[in-house]
Design a protein around this ligand. Sequence first.
Ligand SMILES: NC(=O)c1ccc[n+]([C@@H]2O[C@H](COP(=O)([O-])OP(=O)(O)OC[C@H]3O[C@@H](n4cnc5c(N)ncnc54)[C@H](O)[C@@H]3O)[C@@H](O)[C@H]2O)c1
Length: 418
Amino acid sequence: MKKKIAVIGLGYVGLPLAAAFSKKYTVLAYDNDSARVRGLNSGLDRIEQLSKTDLIQLQQRLTFSEDPKSLSDYNTYIITVPTPVTRTKEPDLSFLLEASKTVGQYLKKGDMVIYESTVYPGCTEEDCVPVLEKASGLKFNTDFFCGYSPERINPGDKVNTLTKIKKVTAGSTPEVADEVDALYQSIIEAGTHKASSIKVAEASKAIENAQRDLNISFVNELALIFDRMEIDTQEVLEAAATKWNFLPFKPGLVGGHCISVDPYFLTHKAIQLGYTPEVILSGRNVNDSIPKFVATKVVNLMRNKGIPIDGSKALILGITFKENFNDIRNSKVPEIYKSLKAQGLAVEVYDPFADPQKVKIEYGITLTDNPGQYEAVILAVAHKVFLEKGLGQYKNPNGAIVYDIKSALDREATDGRL
Ligand SMILES: NC(=O)c1ccc[n+]([C@@H]2O[C@H](COP(=O)([O-])OP(=O)(O)OC[C@H]3O[C@@H](n4cnc5c(N)ncnc54)[C@H](O)[C@@H]3O)[C@@H](O)[C@H]2O)c1
């Protein structure tokens, strides 16, 4: 039967995916956020994954819809909804289960449901399938089938885009695995890797991000140690990197929707199975301690230079979790902001990429659009525009310090760096 694909959830992952499939298949692009669908129908992608021209072309190839009833005409459902963690760092499956329930209501015999959201091993078959079965009244692996294919795109990366990244695929039976694999083969130029089971594919995604988190936590821990030793971490890393097998990770803030979140999916499942991960969780703790360290360091640098804290102002440059990109999810900058304020500084944040309204709603911070001069200037995100213009203009000529979290500026132009 010819595949008719419905993509559920049109965010950073779902929109480009629907666009890629629409070149070869009949595609419905469904999202339950009507403002999102209205925007896409009027040529506006508020998360700037697609340009207006691309969106207008795309409107000819697929249907955007917020009406769940439109799902009934399709036979292959690909779910790409968010999988955040709760305040207590537990997996929040609410979006995933809600989307499963919606799809379940329209599931027919022979249909296939593929999940792309990042989850823990076992989530698709143990948590989502029962919801699909209940909502549809159909039987898994008899009446309908499942697949899993984790998304590996890098937010804001214009080079390693969806079709250029090898895709891991899996299915709920060997035949379905072949079918899922063939489906992705048909759009992914970089090819696919067929995993032996859905659980293996789920685990592969969870460890990709946990590995990155841990590698960064190691160099972050080094930065904490070398600060006490009064040696420059970057200089140590540069020297060590001359060995062929030294991994070139840099210290920094670990935020965003994936790296700072996904390890908790893995640790949640491990704990449920009776094993408390030590390495993964301690890496998370180190990475989460960096904002406070930065704020304390900035205040100490000011004191060392004889700059009073009371009555002084600090400017943080950047709040997105990545350079030259607008995504502010799980930014660690608000923690630096709060910590600096708690220590007595007046703090402003400037980021020409971030949406001021979203920042206000998400973090209660009013972005400045007209930065002046400050006693402390902190480069938090290395947006090209900051590096091109330099930070000198923001320094109070009567005394200021510059702290470079990203090690993106000349060492001489800063008073300290992570
Ligand atoms: N952002 C990335 O670069 C990236 C990379 C790899 C993997 N992932 C994973 O992919 C998944 C999706 O992430 P994202 O960044 O695209 O999220 P997102 O927040 O950008 O988009 C999700 C979309 O799903 C919609 N949605 C939520 N519940 C829905 C429902 N019940 N029915 C229909 N639509 C619904 C939302 O309105 C939103 O438009 C997550 O599991 C994430 O961890 C993301």
